[in-house]
Each structure stands twice: as structure tokens, then as C-alpha cells.
Design a binder for this molecule. Sequence first.
Ligand SMILES: Cc1cc2nc3c(=O)[nH]c(=O)nc-3n(C[C@H](O)[C@H](O)[C@H](O)COP(=O)(O)OP(=O)(O)OC[C@H]3O[C@@H](n4cnc5c(N)ncnc54)[C@H](O)[C@@H]3O)c2cc1C
Length: 341
Amino acid sequence: MAQILALLHTQADGTLPKAALEIVTAAVELKNQLDGTLKVGIIGTDAAVAANTVAGCGAAAFLAVADEAVATPRYATDAAAAAALIQASGAEIVLAPGTSRFMRCIPGAAARAGAQADTHIVSLKADGGKVEAQRWFYRQRILGTFTRQASPWVLVVDGGVYAPFEGAGTAAAETVAVTFGAEDLRTTVTGVIRPSADAQTIRPEAQLLFVAGAGWTKKQKDGQTHVAEAGTLIQDFLAGSGASLGTSKSIVDLQSEGQEALTFITHMNQVGQTGSTPRHPKGLSTCCHGEEPHVVGWRFINERRAVNLDANCGWAQGKADVLYVADAFEVMEKVNALLKA
Ligand SMILES: Cc1cc2nc3c(=O)[nH]c(=O)nc-3n(C[C@H](O)[C@H](O)[C@H](O)COP(=O)(O)OP(=O)(O)OC[C@H]3O[C@@H](n4cnc5c(N)ncnc54)[C@H](O)[C@@H]3O)c2cc1C
């Protein structure tokens, strides 16, 4: 009978992040398909309390590493804790969320536990007792389906693929003891520096992806550029709507070429073949031509709209549901006024 471990960690406030709850849903589905058994392993000082939030998942056991050493993310202690949980569970299949904490330590944990690991998994299913996983290769262009003989096999799943698990109760968590050596503890977290909420323009949970293309920095109908005005319009819209900011490669390249540019946009915002593939229910593209290397990053955006002066731009070639052939400066000024009203 297949043994599955949902390997999770808590976040700073002691609760399980959404990505961890999604893994519990994935693990329950896989357990049902394989007619297997499920265990849940949690890393974090509040692991035992956090286990209660997923107590209704039907797990045979809840294992916890709640040592003070795992209070904050740190490669050495996280890798040791994850390896200990994998070994203590006796699992053949381990599912883990693709959070930054786990993306860092899972390869090391898998090596220690004699496991093999795959990341960026976007689909899982069991067919005839065999687990098949899917992930994208070659910058989101080829979707591969594969399986492995390895046991344990650790599958790190991307966020947003499964619905977060709901089913709290009372879980009797068992503590798994891990001996941390002095070398595991030598790195200490002295503080956290993070941008203010306004400066943080990449918002994975936002309902809308707003893309600002290079047109915002180009000469407009008066023959002049209006970069400062563009910056104000874009930032006002982000503040008013809570949208996540994406951009095209052209605008990112402008920054590095030293041209007058929108300084709050970085390469981290780039969407596309050589950028990111965000997941949002809706997307609005402005001043972006909608070329294939950019639009391939919109794969997981369901409803797409674009504003472009050019009625023959890429968005008009079947890439958007609605194309507004209009001046984005005028459109966004009006939209911002409506948001403020
Ligand atoms: C190997 C490779 C990988 C690539 N990877 C990526 C990638 O990951 N992401 C990416 O984005 N690109 C990528 N590209 C580049 C891509 O092909 C395009 O060059 C890029 O997306 C163009 O950016 P843009 O549409 O913002 O700019 P432009 O092509 O300059 O388009 C600007 C648009 O703004 C419009 N416009 C101007 N003023 C206004 C206004 N007032 N109102 C409304 N519309 C206006 C214009 O009509 C025009 O359509 C890649 C290219 C290659 C070769």
C-alpha cells in the first residue's frame, strides 16, 4: 500500500501557508487514487497547533519537528528536519509545497533521505498504482509527463494548482526528535528587511495581473515621452486596485540601457518566456504589443484584456478576449478616477 507524506512548514505567525494547505488537498487526492495511507509532517515551532488546522484530512499520523532551531528558515536545520520527517514517515511519495523555504532545503533533504526530488510539479495523478507527474520544460513550452522508480520520491508542487484544504479538528501530533549539530546552527537570522506593502508590486494572490509594456516610455502623439506621468498612472492604479504588476522584456531592457525608465519596475516583474508565468484570474495589458515570447507567460491568466493604440497588435491575433484600441494614458486616467470615486 502506497505511503504518502504531506511535508509542510509553518510561516512566521505559526500558521500553515496557503501553499501548504494546497499540498494537503493534493496528498488526500493521491491517497484516494492509490488507496494508500497518508501522514502529515510539519516543521516549525508551532507545528503541533498547525496540525489541528488540517486534522480532518484523514492522515494516519501527524509528525512534527517543533525544535526552537526551526523557528526561522535556515538551510541546514530545515534540511535536517525535512530528512528526519521523510525517514520517520516511511513514505514512498512525499509531496511538499514549492515555497522559498522548501525550494532551498528540499534537494539537500532528499539527498540525505536517499530520495530523488522533482520541482515545479503542476499536476499529479495515479494510474494503475503508478504516480505520474507533470511539469513544464524549456521555459513553459513543453509539458512533460513522467514517473520515477525512486523511493522515496519527493514532488515539490507549484502554488495555485490545488484548492487549499479545509478541515480543522484536533490532531495528536507526534514529535520527531532531530539532533542539530553546532554547524547546523551557525547561521543566524538577525532580522528581516522587506519592502513596504506599496513597494511590493508582485502580488501572487491578486485577482488581476496588470502588465505595463514599453509603450509607456515611448514618444506619444505630441512627439514627447511622458515617463513620469506613466509612472504615476501605473502606481495609482496598483494602489487603487491591488493588482500585481507584470511587465515586458522591452521595458526591463530599457532600464539596463540607462534610458529614462520606470524605476519601480525590475526584471522580477518580467512576464514571458524568459520571465515568469504568474497565475491570476484576470489580466490587463497596457502599452504592450502582445508578442508570443511575452504572451506565453500569460498561460495561466484566464480572462485577458489589452489596451493598445494598434488594432493589429499581437493581442488582436486571438491572444486577448477583449482589445481596447485606445490610448492607455487616457484609459488609465479614467480608470483611476473611477477607482477613487
Ligand atoms: C528568446 C526571446 C525571449 C523573450 N522573452 C521575453 C519575455 O520573457 N517577456 C517579454 O515580455 N518579452 C520577451 N521577449 C521579447 C518580445 O519578443 C518583445 O520584444 C517584447 O515583449 C516587446 O515588449 P513590448 O510589447 O512592451 O514593447 P513594444 O514591442 O515596443 O510595444 C509597445 C506597444 O505599446 C503600444 N503603445 C504605445 N503607446 C501607447 C499608448 N499611449 N496607448 C496604448 N498603447 C500604446 C504600441 O502600439 C506597441 O504595440 C523575448 C524575445 C526573445 C527573442
